[in-house]
Write a protein that binds this ligand. Structure first.
Ligand code: AP5
Ligand code: MG
Length: 188
C-alpha cells in the first residue's frame, strides 16, 4: 500500500497515520514532522522553512520534495508507506508520481481524505496549543492554514479521484471510529 493522507490542518493525519503504521506495518513519512525537526536543529533548511511555517504558508516545493525523495529511497519504504502532509499541491503530486515511476513501484494506491469541519479544526488545534505549544497553532495562523489547504491542497482530491484512488472518510468522532473507517477502506 502506498498511501497519501489528505486533510485540513488538525483533521487527524498525524494521529490516524500512527495508528495505521501500527496496524499495517509500513512507515509513515510526515513532511511537517521532518520540517519541525530541521527547525529545532537550526539547520539552514530549517531556518528557511520556519518563516513559511510560522505564517501557515507552504514551504518551497524543492525543500519538501527533497525530504520525501530521500526518505522513500530507504529500504523500509519499499513495502509501502504512508505520506502525511505530502503532497500539498499539484506540482508536488505530479513530482511524486514521477518519483514512484522512476523507482519502478506502482503509483499511489489510496488517497485517504479525512473530512472535518472548520470549527472542529480550530477547537482541536487551540486545545493542542495549550499542551504542545506548536508555533503555528495560533488562531490567525490556523485560519490561514485552512485557507491555504482549501486553495492548494483540496484540489488533490480530484487529482486522485481521476486516478481512481481517492476516498473521503468522515474525520469526526472518536479516534477508534475514524480508524476503523480508514481500515475498512484499506482492507476492502
Ligand atoms: P503539518 O505538520 O503537516 O501540519 P498540518 O497539515 O497543519 O496538520 P496538523 O499536523 O496540525 O494536523 P493533523 O492533520 O496531523 O492532525 P493531528 O493528528 O495532529 O504542516 C505544518 C507546516 O509545515 C505547513 O503549514 C507548511 O508550512 C509545512 N509543510 C508541511 N508539509 C508541507 C508540504 N508538503 N509542502 C509545503 N509545506 C509543507 O490532530 C490535531 C489535534 O487534534 C491533535 O491534538 C489531536 O490529538 C487532536 N485529534 C485528532 N483526532 C481527533 C479526534 N477524532 N477527536 C478529537 N481530537 C482529535
Ligand atoms: Mg500532523
Amino acid at each position: 500500500m502506498r498511501i497519501v493522507l489528505l486533510g485540513a490542518p488538525g483533521s487527524g493525519k498525524g494521529t490516524q497515520g500512527e495508528k495505521l503504521v501500527a496496524r499495517f506495518g509500513i512507515p509513515k513519512v510526515s513532511t511537517g514532522d521532518a520540517l519541525r525537526a530541521a527547525v529545532n536543529e537550526g539547520t539552514a533548511l530549517g531556518k528557511r522553512a520556519k518563516v513559511a511555517m510560522d505564517a501557515g504558508e507552504l514551504v518551497a516545493n524543492e525543500i519538501v520534495i527533497g525530504i520525501v525523495d530521500e526518505r522513500l529511497q530507504q529500504p523500509d519504504a519499499r513495502k509501502g508507506f504512508i505520506l502525511d502532509g505530502f503532497p500539498r499541491n499539484t506540482a508536488q503530486a505530479e513530482t511524486l508520481d514521477g518519483m514512484l515511476q522512476r523507482m519502478g513501484s506502482g503509483g499511489i494506491t489510496h488517497a485517504l481524505h479525512l473530512h472535518v469541519n472548520d470549527e472542529e479544526i480550530v477547537s482541536r488545534l487551540l486545545e493542542r496549543a495549550k499542551i504542545e505549544g506548536r508555533a503555528d497553532d495560533k488562531e490567525d495562523v490556523i485560519r490561514n492554514r485552512i485557507a491555504v489547504y482549501n486553495a492548494e491542497t483540496a484540489p488533490l482530491i480530484a487529482y486522485y479521484k481521476a486516478q481512481g484512488v481517492a476516498h473521503t472518510v468522515d474525520g469526526m468522532g472518536s479516534l477508534e471510529e475514524i480508524f476503523e473507517r480508514l481500515a475498512a477502506v484499506l482492507t476492502a
